[in-house]
Design a binder for this molecule. Structure first.
Ligand SMILES: O=C1O[C@H](COP(=O)(O)O)[C@@H](O)[C@H](O)[C@H]1O
Length: 241
């Protein structure tokens, strides 16, 4: 695992924000996929409440999501809804740069519609749309996006699929492992003490691909890294730090 351990949550967030700032200086549009769940909220709050809210050139950044819950945008479970309230409502970004998964739509239709939007907007490399940067989270069970243990079809060549959250049965729309692995760069953002156990497991066990998808989904030709804060990395043995 390519673990990058920061000495504080603040320095991790600052690093991400500076990377977004640098990317926003590009002459080409940059396609970034955000994770869902609670972890990225720290980043959204940091961006919205710092000089980055105005120094980043948001015009150049296009935002996508790794997965979305099949709920309306106003629902507290909506990944897009969280990001809108915490970040987009506080910055100046063109509507056209926000590529949300429409969780309120019929999942079967939306999975196809979102795949088409990706195909039409994201530059294709070797026959497949290639994101500049996919930021992912990791659940305590090792899932990432909505790619859950025991449910991952690594052979699936579609861009999106419909997943079922194993405990709640909630339907979700997710990017496939195939599409994620084609990204130029993947950064897993893993913060907080509740993730220490799973970080220890994926770094010390010899796991099958089915057990912890986040331990196996990596950029085939690009960079994969784990950005960890002190709390999530606390159980890592010395050699892994
Ligand atoms: O269900 C989800 O959880 C993971 C991790 O979420 P977190 O709340 O522990 O940060 C996230 O990567 C995924 O996008 C999300 O839908």
């Amino acid at each position: 695992m390519n673990n990058i351990i920061f000495d504080s949550t603040q320095s991790l967030l600052e690093q991400l924000a500076n990377e977004l700032l640098r990317l926003s200086e590009s002459e080409q549009p940059i396609h970034i996929s955000l994770s869902g769940g609670s972890t990225p909220n720290l980043l959204f709050d940091y961006l919205a409440n710092s000089h980055f809210s105005t120094t980043i050139n948001w015009q150049q950044l296009h935002f996508w999501w790794g997965d979305e819950r099949c709920v309306a945008a106003e629902d507290p479970e909506s990944n897009y809804g969280q990001c809108k309230q915490r970040l987009f409502d506080h910055i100046t970004i063109p509507e056209d740069n926000i590529h949300r998964i429409r969780g309120e739509n019929l999942p079967e239709d939306e999975a196809i519609r979102y795949a088409r939007e990706i195909q039409l907007s994201v530059p294709v490399h070797d026959g497949l749309p290639q994101f500049d940067w996919i930021i992912l989270g990791m659940g305590g069970d090792g899932h990432t996006a909505s790619i859950f243990p025991g449910q991952t079809n690594y052979e699936e060549t579609n861009l999106t699929f419909i997943a079922t959250q194993p405990q709640s049965g909630q339907l979700r729309i997710s990017k496939t492992a195939h599409l994620i692995e084609h990204s130029k760069r993947i950064t897993y953002l893993v913060m907080g003490a509740s993730k220490a156990d799973i970080i220890y497991k994926i770094n010390t066990q010899n796991n099958s691909r089915d057990l912890y998808p986040a331990a196996h989904i990596s950029a085939k030709t690009g960079l994969t890294q784990f950005y960890l804060d002190p709390e999530s990395s606390t159980l890592l043995p010395k050699g892994k730090k």
